[in-house]
Design a protein around this ligand. Structure first.
Ligand SMILES: [Zn+2]
Length: 505
């Protein structure tokens, strides 16, 4: 911007200086007189200056003509390419200048200029492998897909530019959503340049998306071989692929192979929950419950998860609640402070009808992390202890709007999945699902949560005892008036509805 302004000012100043100079030359007295061998020429000062400029041009032209004459003489003497070389030098210079301009235009985002410069360069240079690269990129830039595709097809003809052509068409097919063709092209590009990282990633994504787990594992192996993947990441992803393979094999009805694949996946990544669950089930089917227990415990140590607990329970389907509680002790002691351990312990105690112990198992989760599962367990405890319906309903009402707790969430697009998948169903990213609490887990309801007690009916009697047992907070009506936290208000409203009414009055 500033530079343009500067150029304009410079131009104006130059013109003014020229006009001024010419005016002064016109006003000057005298002039130049040239006398050569009887010839005599009188020039005014302005004419003299013009004559000098003309003379310079004439000398430049003379040098050019001499150059051409020299080339002609050489040609006559026997150097057959001399004239061609003379003209080619010129063409080459102009061609490379045009190519440089084209690249510059490309870099500054001027697609149309780049395209015309590339065409000009091609006219002088006749080097399509060079100029087509510029043309293709310029066509992409201006959104001229058909032209770009035509140029990519040209590039396929030359060994040196084939990869660029394949990659270009592959990207176009990907953008169009034609994944079948894109996969074939990616395989071709991978064969041409197995070290190319982007091609590896595209191929892997497409193979995973089309459930070609064997192919994907081969690509993953190539990624590791060419050093573009850390070994631990490779191991984990390979496990994910092995697990996906196992799932497919199981769906096809071949259980023995599926078992082996699941155990392999678990061996590669012991913390991958679905692999551990499947491997445990495989061991149990083989009549090796000890191995199954070991696999589940190993996975529980790195990631306690309800599916692992379910798999652990399934090892002894016939046992009663008391002996199940006893058997689970070996799992529960591994991570005693983990929220999943506390919830599992509470659930097992509820099943064994030991409600006070279930309440103790929950610990302070009801204050620290009151998600839907915690609140539902709380409702079950109250029901088991014979509390009135209104109290139970209060907990369930809170559970309605509470966070759902951890789920399989895509780390890329944050989509929540009901089941673990190797490929995100929304953004098609590979191995992005993690067992975490989704952001914005609280469910908003029209009218706000404070409306709910009205809808489900406020409890009738004051349940101060219930409040004292799990909360140290004061239950007076003053607390309700001072609190600006909706949840606290609701909590108090549900448990001691009459106090609420008193507080409002
Ligand atoms: Zn996703």
């Amino acid at each position: 911007m500033l530079w343009s302004l500067f150029k304009i000012i410079l131009f104006v100043v130059l013109i003014a200086a020229l006009a001024l100079g010419a005016g002064q030359l016109l006003e000057l007295e005298g002039g130049v007189r040239v006398a050569i061998a009887g010839w005599e020429l009188s020039l005014s000062p302005l004419q003299a200056v013009l004559a000098v400029v003309f003379l310079l041009c004439a000398v430049w032209l003379l040098l050019k003509i001499v150059g051409l004459l020299v080339a002609v003489v050489r040609f006559v003497v026997g150097d057959e390419t001399a004239i061609n070389r003379y003209f080619n030098r010129n063409r080459e210079r102009k061609g490379f200048q045009a190519l440089a301009d084209g690249l510059m235009a490309l870099a500054s985002g001027e697609g149309r200029t780049a395209m015309s410069k590339a065409a000009k360069a091609e006219k002088y240079l006749r080097r399509p492998e060079l100029t087509n690269l510029v043309t293709a990129q310029a066509a992409e830039m201006t959104g001229d897909k058909r032209k770009a595709q035509a140029v990519y097809k040209e590039l396929l003809k030359d060994d040196r530019t084939r990869f660029v052509g394949v990659r270009g068409i592959m990207k176009q097919k990907l953008a169009e959503g034609d994944t079948d063709t894109a996969l074939k092209l990616a395989e071709r590009a991978f064969a041409l340049k197995p070290k190319h990282e982007e091609t590896q990633d595209v191929l892997l994504r497409l193979q995973a998306g089309q459930a070609d787990w064997k192919g994907a594992r081969a690509t993953l192996g190539a990624k590791l071989k060419h050093g573009s993947l850390p070994r631990d990441v490779h191991k984990r992803r390979d496990a994910v692929l092995a697990l996906s393979e196992a799932k497919d094999v199981l769906a096809a009805g071949s259980t023995i192979e599926a078992r082996e694949a699941a155990i392999e996946a678990n061996r590669l990544s012991p913390d991958l929950v679905p692999a551990a669950v499947m491997a445990a089930r495989s061991y149990a089917d083989e009549g090796k419950p000890k191995y199954a227990v070991r696999v589940i415990k190993k996975a529980w140590e790195s990631q306690p998860h309800p599916d692992l607990a379910a798999a652990f329970a399934a090892l002894e389907p016939e046992e009663d609640a008391q002996s199940r509680l006893k058997r689970f002790k070996q799992l529960l002691k591994l991570k005693p402070d983990h929220i999943e351990t506390k919830l599992l312990q509470a659930e097992l105690n509820i099943a064994a009808e030991d409600f006070p112990e279930a309440r103790r198992s929950l610990g302070d989760l009801i204050d620290d992390n009151p998600n839907a599962r915690v609140l539902t367990i709380m409702a079950a405890i109250e029901r088991g202890e014979g509390k009135p319906d209104s109290v139970v309903r209060g907990w369930l009402t809170r559970a309605l709007t509470a966070s759902r707790g951890p789920q399989w969430v895509c780390g890329n697009c944050h989509t929540v999945h009901a089941e673990w998948e190797p490929v995100c169903s929304n953004c098609q990213a590979f191995d992005t699902l993690a067992w975490t609490e989704p952001s914005g887990g609280d469910i908003s309801m029209p009218g706000g949560v404070e409306m709910l007690p009205m809808l489900v009916g406020a409890p009738e009697s004051t349940e101060v005892v219930a409040v004292d047992e799990f909360s140290d907070e004061p239950t007076e009506s003053a607390k309700i008036e001072n609190s600006d936290n909706e949840k606290d208000v609701l909590d108090a409203e549900i448990v001691e509805g009459s106090a609420d009414q008193a507080g409002q009055k």
